[in-house]
Design a protein around this ligand. Structure first.
Ligand code: AMP
Length: 401
């Protein structure tokens, strides 16, 4: 895959459409965490140093094609304005206020922010006319919304096609993500440890299967571990189990064995009596879980075992929590894994919303080689199938077009 990066394009005085992921958490109109806005600044500033004709678009939440006041980008515009020291013009209706005439009137110290693209049903439908409106009078399309690249939405896919391939580029965030994630499958340094957790094995199956071609060990925690333990004949009490996924789990075990990938499952657990924050809990020594109890976190011996694998790795990829880390009695496994990944001297990548939260809770993000900003997109990228939002930005198609 070969893409134009920003320095490869001549932006001087050109009009630029920039698709970002400014999907920040909001509570009563107040931004709870502006990481995504600050992460977009290098790309925005690079463009603004070369042209003031900049139109920024983003989604926020899932308004499902309707105007939902609580999902307006207005607070994002205000924060952006403070950070950029520029006036941010929030444009509500891109058909009524055509982009080309807005750009023509744009002052030197102004920038355009389009209101939440998902307020329009056409965005998620991948509508072409909608994309044409977004791109009216635009010369260059830049995408830096890594977390949205796996969606063939209008502002991601159709909009890029409104300009020639040589006028499409990836922003600095996507460039960083691709460089880091590529290191998990190309010229990998060994030993390579893959840590998977979370609840649903099906969501991660394609990634596991693809990375099994590259890794040396697979550590499995979280709810998904119990289906694996069950098919190996261990009693798992009332633990979460995906009975219809037994065959999938068995195929992962078989493929791992054929490829000589070591599989590590929990050898002890922190159990609760029900899926409840205040449920009584206890450490269950050994693999078997007694009747009436459910595994809600990996136990202390498993933590030590996982730590030893992680610490002597040259490459680590972690996705999905080791337990119900949202509740303090069951958070230790995920926090200890986060700390071990941070202590590992190898190349370490964490992807996926919950594992990233665990890394932030453990305050170790700065010591991890790469913390991916896009959960679903990083998994989709690692499945090895091209993401629609990237395919459309490639310099050439497979057919040379
Ligand atoms: P996922 O979105 O598949 O990465 O799953 C994340 C969710 O899995 C989190 O909300 C965790 O609380 C949940 N989870 C992790 N371990 C367990 C477990 N042992 N039992 C039930 N839920 C779990």
């Amino acid at each position: 895959m070969d893409f134009n990066t920003l320095p490869q394009l001549d932006l001087a005085n050109r009009s630029v459409f920039l698709r970002l992921d400014l999907n920040v958490p909001l509570l009563d109109g107040v931004i709870q965490d502006d990481t995504r806005i600050r992460a977009a600044l290098p790309t925005i500033q690079y463009i603004l140093e070369r042209t003031n004709k900049l139109v920024i678009a983003s989604h926020l939440g899932r308004p499902k094609g309707k105007v939902v006041a609580s999902m307006s980008l207005e607070p994002v515009g205000q924060r952006l304005s403070e950070l950029l020291q520029r006036e941010v013009l929030l444009v509500q209706d891109y058909a009524e206020e055509p982009i080309d005439s807005l750009i023509a009137q744009l002052g030197k110290n102004q920038v355009i922010l389009l209101e939440n693209v998902r307020f329009h049903a056409e965005e998620t439908e991948g509508n072409e006319v909608f994309a044409q409106n977004l791109m009216k009078g635009i010369h260059i399309y830049v995408n830096d919304a890594f977390g949205a690249l796996h969606r063939a939405h209008s502002s991601i896919y159709e909009a890029a096609q409104q300009v020639p391939r040589e006028s499409r580029a990836i922003g600095f965030l996507i460039e960083k993500e691709i460089a880091a994630l590529t290191q998990l499958t190309v010229n990998v340094r060994r030993p390579y440890t893959l840590i998977m957790g979370g609840s649903k094995v099906e969501d991660k199956l394609a990634v596991i299967l693809h990375l099994l071609e590259h890794c040396n060990r697979l550590l499995i925690g979280g709810a998904m571990a119990y289906t694996f333990l069950e098919i190996q004949g261990y009693p798992i009490g009332n633990s979460f189990v995906e009975r219809d996924k037994r065959a999938l789990c068995q195929s992962i075990l078989d493929i791992a064995q054929a490829r000589k990938v070591e599989i590590c499952l929990p050898i002890d657990h922190v159990c609760g009596q029900s899926l409840d924050a205040n449920t009584p809990h206890q450490v269950v020594e050994g693999i078997a879980i007694p009747a009436g109890w459910m595994g809600l976190d990996i136990g202390p011996k498993t933590i030590r075992l996982f730590e030893s694998y992680i610490m002597n790795s040259s490459t680590v990829f972690w996705n999905g929590p080791m337990g119900v880390f949202e509740w303090p009695p069951f958070a230790k496994g995920s926090l200890k894994v986060a700390e071990a990944v941070a202590r590992c001297n190898g190349f370490t990548v964490v992807g996926g919303g919950d594992s990233v939260s665990a890394v932030n809770q453990a305050q170790v993000a700065a010591r991890i080689s790469h913390v991916s900003t896009g959960g679903g997109a990083s998994l989709a990228f690692l499945e090895g199938t091209p993401l629609p939002g990237l395919r459309v930005l490639e310099k050439r198609t497979e057919h040379g077009g």
